[in-house]
Design a protein. Structure first.
Lengths: 785, 194, 785, 194
């Protein structure tokens, strides 16, 4: 892209019509006069600008490809069999194909956030003007957009400034996507470099989206005390008309809330939400209620509670319209991206639309102006609710039993179980249900990902999913939890306080639970992990579906994680930053540590900052139920900053891991910035992308991955304590790789001295030094002797 | 003839898949190996391996076979066949319960990754493995790892002892009942001893 | 997107510094003062702006989905089994999944053209300035950018103007791509509408690319007499150093040609090319030589002729570097999109790079500045050629025989045949070769798609592909053909001449042979079809790989199609517009007919123009070997204009057709613009996307698909004549659906009167009227009586 | 047991595929149909169909079986089994050579599309087909069309008589030699007459 900014300066102009002196007009350029920071080497980086940095990471963290399919069918030369590294008709091999597929996913993910951001920015500019100032946290947030500054080398001040950023993102995405064309990139590591680029682009897109909406909608602004709001299916007052919003784009939900306020109906109608739209609705109005993560969609709809369903974009079940019809809930689609074949009623009068929805003449409508949705949704909900409430949609016990009896599992049918992503033992639970015992069905409810695949395949056409939900009806009513709504960015002042302890290792780590709800054993594991790490005084961040799951569990004291722990970015805090796009604040915090605490120049200076983060900031992302292409791109953004990510076992379906080899000493050398020497620092962090088999494995790995070369001896001792303690508790032994993480005797936690020293001796451990670590030779500071 | 389908309904693999049938009689455990494996039987597959490794996931300690756990049979096999064991970390407590301390401990995904390196000397440092026997991992995770090995570890043969069909393995049972599973495991255990 | 243009008007300003009157500054807006045409309803249309038009097309032309895979594995909930319209874990069903997959392909295709266009525009602006005027044909081309005018509602005048267009395209692509995310669009017809949108975006992108390069590089400008250049492997003077350029982005090739000119080496070094870069190189310098289409890549490399290989982007074999190493040809990659793991040497001195390439220290390098490639490529070629020429790379006969003998086909091996996309009988030909008879191997060379899959799978590791190429060595040397290089756009004057005859049907049709070389039986079929339709005085257009194939065959007189027929856009012309991106000129010609001849307003008026083209312009696209995602998007662009496309049998792997139902009378009514009446017009055109089993089936279908409701009786009679004549010739009978195409007795071709009248009587045919056809009710002109 | 693989190496279908084995003896042509098809044999499949249709592609006129063309056997089957024939257009000349003028003429892709419409009355107007037998199309094109029918024409059973395995069909031979093919075709022809 060329620079389209125009700067017209006229020192003096004398013409027929008059005389001008010192006229200056700047358009499309940022007024960066009061930003004195020097431009770094890579503002608006191209697809290859950071390739050298990527190569450094990829040399350490090798892709381990796990092909999900043996063939490629992307073009009509296919299908091509790529088994055993055979080449396809275009000459591609399996590893390259897998990395291409990952890039495709990352592009889809980044495009989703970016186009979401574009819509928010366009809409807010229309409403608030291009000159509306960005404000993500008042005076507490000086670095308002760390990722934009870092990547683009500009300092956005107004909504309008974000448009140039979006142009850049869309341009890069188009280029990245084009690289997946048959006969483009031919090397897997170059594909992986492009994956990292896509991840970085995605982080910028997320940041744009969230700072735009925070700036104009009065969302909590970097507020550690963001309100605690209600969460769970049990919190809905089912006597009132209930509106359900699903998705990620809050504009229609805002219009609904505004309309209710306007009509003084806020207390008469329930606004409930699923996925990120729900979080954002509570950021706008704490009266809104969050039902749960993506996997709650189908159970909530099948419960019959919602009277009207409004969907916007992303992570919405493709059968949402069909499911809505099933419970006779009028349906409103609101996004160009998800029109569902519905008639576009955007230009019709609200009266007519409401009438058609209420009468059932139209089971659903498409309304592409968010500002029209509120009236239609609310009036429709109020009109249909009384009638709808009369009849339930769940199955009475006897029907569950009757259905269960037609199951043919005795003939080894079992296809429901084979279709279940978690292989839940549905047949057994159905058998028990047939005998009137629903306990096992209810257990399935807990671990169920809400996909309804079981129901799709049952040859007896048993409505398995409805049965699960019906059996768990009582349990659903008891789902009343609390969640601290999305606070947005981390304050500069918070960074100043914790930056030191994090970089030195005194705070053992920052652990971010993010992403979707494709959990191997239900969401409770996320809540348990959050609590464990908060208790151990890590800084725990949450976002998106994981933020909800984190709140959907009460400990022995009957408290949820958000009630137990503060919302501030500090040791022992549980920090819900907000929806998926708020993930940018988590990586942004790492960037801000480098900039504010580490005083590294930020502007257009990606490589140095990433090197800083990778070597010094003990942060780990955990996407326990990572499911989507957005999760794919979000994770990639973390990787490019050198931050490791742990996923659950389903995460292997992303087709490749990025794994370090602790056993290859040569992989773990860094430069000492002060001396230029190469120093062995051990495998820290050991992996960049790791799929754990179980929650327990994840927890120990998280603790281990928080170690960084820069840890002080005190910091390393703290981190080792947690690693060893968790390992012992969960696996029964102390780890056999401790010697790799002990650099000097002082690193050894005092309480474990005896044990560890034994291990070190056995392993022939030798002391080494603690460098000022960097992977970049040009970061070496020539010491003046 | 039993039609062999992947355990997970859409778990379609590709051109090269384990295939074949399984019989109920003792000593006749047979699944024809993946193409290129010839028709070597299970016991042979194990016995002929120079450096086999048994990788045990956490589910082995959860799943009942008859009155014991799957893990118990696996440990018996390891002992009788003199096979080194790598347990995934969360499996270890169950091993300790059984006073089994010889196992190496390593996450499944790390094992998979290292097996793709023909120079990896193994967790015991005794040289590259030539047979990797998997059991007790979540089905879908085992499948992705086996796929990784099928494509990127041509030097290693793979086997799974779960009672579910894993098309990416060289040897796999079909989706069999607990009873068949028991009989076949026993037969294999006997056979490796022979 | 908000409108970022700024228009500052000051009528009078009196201030401290002076006084201004009537100052007007426009920035980011187009100076459209001399474009008086009124803005139409849909400038810069959003993803849904043309949804109603799409729905009309899709109601007639139903998607027939041909799933290439039964499952979806796009996210970690997968794999999901979608057999028999089961729903996946996200609720998607098979038809929606297939349409999503097509959209993904179309997005990749459009992104590829758009990012290619972006690179050209950025580069040319850097060199020639943002104000450089566009010029695609001097005075002969008034409508310089029909697609941009039509879609965007602007009239670009300079290179800089194209940037705004590109911003729009990148924005739309990002949105379209995001719709493919799990849980976005849930309806297959809405996905199809988005596919059409992607196709339209793609056409704009292609137009941008080609008009930019035409404007600055002195390419032929809408020139019917563009030079005839050399084509085929036999045209290379192998005694000279030979450079091979592969790909689509001509910038490195131009630099090579310039360097040669500069150094007066033009006659000393051969510049040869494959794919569109080759065509563009000859547009720049007719001395460059075209080897052939994509499927010629491997055979040309294996022939050992090229001394240096330079690749840019798109349709480049992923193993090109490996293949280059095999023949010891130094390799230069030049695109960010295809870095191939090579070291970036962009900033190194040419001397060093050349030295490393010549010594073999670096088998390949990455040079991201096209202006540096020329020197490196030429100097390297000159240095390595003498040594390279000494040893051949093809197999001598005896080695072929020896290899053939180790084939185990007697044991029913046959895996080579099973791996071959065209199921060529390789085993038989190998058997014969083992007996010293190479005839059958040479036959395979003719039908071979050059994919080398046979070689990849042979368990005996027989180098099958090299054997095929070696056996055909003599034949290769005889490949000396001619092709008229890409002329660019169609002149307004040409449109004025043929617009009437086309719209009235006197010219029986415009048939465009475009796209890739994944042919079912080799490229000769394309040449034969071109000649047949030119002979029948259709207007034949060609582009891309098909343009090359069209020239690679000599008729009985020993002449190629391009030597037989003129290059002008007239009955019996064979018009090579140029590379893939030049396809925009073909659809652009249809648009110009509507605008120049039909006098329909063009600006931002997509729907009306498409309706015009669909009902009046008898154009058909033929992508006989359509392979790529670009082909997917190009075809989609034609569909949105209502222009049908015929593909070869491999085209079914695009996963869906768009087929009309001739037997459903209700599908074939149009509005009569003059009366408002609904009139049955028969199934014209019958299909929008059709895969033919054989060339013969394609030819008859092409003739049939040229019919349009607007045909005059004379025009219809002409079109019917060709349809019936071809049918009779190729299938032995007259078609049994003639009655559907005869509207009045006058439509019946005089020469076939007897026969046809019999058929009409049998079928109970009734006369109907010929309307002024439109699918759009708002196009009805209230007649003043 | 013959391992049945799709003819085209990467032609992996999905969960529902035709499967089974083929014997060489006359009268014992058996390919177990697609899941849900039960174990109905070929002849039965054809005989029990109320309105079967045989769709013949152009390769039927090119491919030799023994001393005749594949087309000849197909026409014999059509005649003996009283099956209506749709030939793809380019197949027609070969039919005319054989004085066969009863065939409907329609491109393969149109046939496929219309078969997905349960209301389509057939090219003969006699009502919906319930069995579509394909033969002589290019392998990969036949495969995509059969896939379209598997997914979108649940009311119709599909069969292919080519000597290549088509996993998307309900009935398909495996990849068999010309000799086996001949014997089996003959057996089917005999069987439909019975
Ligand atoms: S992209 Fe390559 S590997 Fe994939 S189908 Fe096409 S030719 Fe085969
Ligand atoms: S809905 Fe729940 S139980 Fe059913 S298949 Fe999905 S995860 Fe398993
Ligand atoms: S799929 Fe249906 S019939 Fe089969 S075991 Fe499950 S519930 Fe029973
Ligand atoms: S976390 Fe995942 S599932 Fe949840 S809303 Fe975000 S992308 Fe969707
Ligand atoms: S996108 Fe939908 S159908 Fe595809 S794998 Fe994911 S959940 Fe399954
Ligand atoms: S290279 Fe030619 S012969 Fe070999 S598989 Fe490809 S198309 Fe067939
Ligand atoms: S794959 Fe090789 S061995 Fe087998 S038939 Fe073909 S050439 Fe012969
Ligand atoms: S026609 Fe197809 S294969 Fe040829 S260059 Fe264009 S996209 Fe590539």
């Amino acid at each position: 892209m060329t620079d389209k900014g125009i700067n017209l300066k006229i020192r003096e102009l004398q013409s027929d019509i008059g005389k001008i002196k010192d006229l200056e007009i700047s358009i499309g350029k940022f007024r960066q006069d009061n930003w004195t920071e020097l431009q770094g080497p890579t503002p608006f980086p191209s697809m290859t600008a950071l390739r050298n940095w990527d190569k450094k990471l990829l040399a350490r963290y090798q892709p381990f490809y796990l092909p999900f399919s043996d063939h490629c069918d992307l073009c009509t030369y296919g299908k091509c069999d790529l088994t055993g590294n055979k080449r396809g008709a275009c000459g591609i091999n399996m590893s390259t194909q897998q990395s291409r597929t990952y890039l495709l996913a990352a592009c889809i993910g980044a495009a989703t956030h970016t186009s979401h951001a574009r819509e928010l920015v366009t809409h807010t500019i229309q409403k608030f003007g291009s000159d509306h100032l960005l404000d993500t946290g008042g005076l507490a947030v000086g670095v308002e957009a760390p990722t934009i500054r870092l990547v683009c080398g500009i300092k956005p001040e107004t909504l309008g400034d974000l448009e140039t950023v979006l142009d850049y993102l869309e341009n890069q995405l188009t280029q990245l996507l084009s690289a997946t064309h048959t006969g483009q990139e031919g090397n897997h590591l170059d594909f992986e470099s492009k994956v990292l680029h896509a991840g970085m682009i995605d982080q910028v897109g997320m940041e744009v989206a969230d700072i735009a909406q925070i700036s104009v909608f009065g969302f909590p602004k970097a507020d550690p005390d963001a309100p605690l709001v209600e969460l769970g299916m049990g919190v809905v007052d089912t006597k009132k008309p209930v509106i359900l919003v699903i998705g990620h784009n809050v504009l229609p939900a805002i219009n609904i809330i505004d309309y209710l306020k306007d009509k003084r109906l806020s207390d008469e109608v329930e606004v409930t939400g699923i996925c990120c739209t729900a979080i954002d609705a509570t950021r706008y109005s704490p009266k809104a209620k969050i039902i749960g993560p993506m996997s709650w969609q189908l159970r909530y709809i099948r419960s019959g509670i919602p009277d009207v369903i409004v969907v916007d974009e992303q992570c919405i079940r493709c059968d949402s319209l069909i499911e809505a019809e099933r419970i006779r809930a009028p349906f409103i689609a609101t996004s160009e991206k998800n029109c569902l074949g519905l008639t576009d009623r955007t230009r019709d009068p609200a009266d007519e639309i409401v009438a058609d929805l209420v009468s059932g003449k139209a089971p659903g409508v498409l309304i592409l102006d968010p500002d029209k949705v509120g009236e239609v949704a609310v009036r429709t909900a109020c009109a249909v609710a009384p009638e709808r409430k009369k009849s339930g949609t769940l199955l009475p016990s006897q029907e569950i039993i009757d259905y269960a009896k037609i199951c043919t599992q005795s003939n080894m049918c079992l296809v429901c179980q084979r279709a279940c992503p978690n292989e839940l033992n549905i047949p057994e639970s159905i058998k028990a249900a047939g005998q009137g015992n629903f306990r096992k069905l209810i257990d399935i409810y807990d671990e169920c990902a809400g996909c309804a695949r079981c129901e799709q395949v049952c040859p007896q056409e048993i409505p398995l999913y409805t049965m699960i939900v019906s059996a768990a009806a009582q349990k659903m009513r008891e789902e009343t939890f609390k969640i601290r709504t999305g606070r947005g960015a981390i304050q500069d002042t918070e960074i100043r306080k914790v930056g030191g302890p994090i970089v030195l290792g005194d705070i053992p780590g920052v652990v971010a639970f993010v992403g979707c709800s494709n959990y191997p054993k239900g969401g409770q594991e996320v809540a348990e992990m959050c609590m464990e790490f908060a208790k151990r005084r890590y800084i725990v961040c949450t976002s998106g579906c994981s933020a909800m799951s984190a709140g959907m569990y009460r400990n022995e004291e009957g408290k949820t994680a958000y009630e137990m722990y503060p919302g501030s970015f500090e040791a022992g805090g549980i920090v819900n930053v907000g929806p998926c796009v708020a993930n940018a604040h988590i990586s942004g915090a790492a960037v801000k540590i480098a900039s504010i605490f580490g005083r590294r120049p930020l502007r257009g200076n990606y490589e140095e900052i990433a090197d800083y983060v990778h070597n010094r900031v003990g942060a780990v992302g955990v996407a326990w139920g990572a499911m989507s292409q957005k999760a794919a791109s979000i994770m990639s953004g973390f990787w490019r900053l050198g931050i490791p990510v742990v996923v659950g076992p389903h995460g292997t379906k992303y087709r490749r891991m990025l794994l370090g080899r602790a056993d290859r000493e040569q992989d773990w050398y860094v430069h000492d910035r002060r001396t230029g020497e190469k120093v062995y620092v051990g495998p820290v962090p050991e992996h960049l992308f790791f799929a754990a088999e179980t929650k327990e494995e994840a927890m120990v790995m998280i603790a281990k991955l928080c170690m960084r070369p820069n840890d002080t001896v005190k910091g390393r001792a703290t981190k080792l304590t947690h690693y060893i303690d968790l390992h012992r508790k969960l696996f029964g032994t102390i780890p056999d790789d401790i010697h790799l993480f002990v650099r000097t005797a002082m690193d050894v936690p005092v309480t474990m001295k005896g044990e560890i020293t034994r291990v070190l001796e056995e392993r022939g451990w030798k002391e080494t030094i603690i460098p000022d670590p960097t992977l970049l030779s040009h970061q070496i500071i020539k010491k003046e002797l | 003839m039993t039609i062999i389908e992947p355990r997970q309904i859409a778990g379609v693999a590709g051109p090269e898949t384990a295939s074949g049938s399984i019989r109920r009689a003792k000593h006749s455990v047979r699944i024809i190996g993946r193409r290129g494996m010839g028709s070597m039987g299970w016991g042979d597959g194990i016995r002929k391996a120079k450096h086999p490794v048994l990788i045990i996931g956490h589910r082995a300690a959860e799943i009942d076979i008859d009155d014991k756990k799957m893990l118990d049979y696996l440990l018996e096999l390891a002992q009788k066949g003199n096979i080194s064991v790598i347990a995934t970390p969360h499996t270890n407590p169950a091993l300790l319960e059984r006073d089994y301390t010889k196992a190496g401990i390593m996450p499944a995904i790390e094992i998979g990754h290292r097996l793709t390196d023909p120079d990896w000397k193994g967790i015991d440092g005794k040289g590259p493995y030539d047979l990797a026997i998997f059991a007790g991992l979540p089905n879908y995770m085992e499948s992705t790892i086996l796929s990784g090995l099928k494509h990127f570890a041509p030097q290693i043969r793979t086997m799974t002892l779960d009672n579910t069909y894993q098309p990416h393995a060289c040897w796999s049972f079909s989706n069999i009942s607990g009873r068949d599973w028991l009989e076949n495991l026993k037969a294999i255990i006997e056979h490796v001893e022979d």
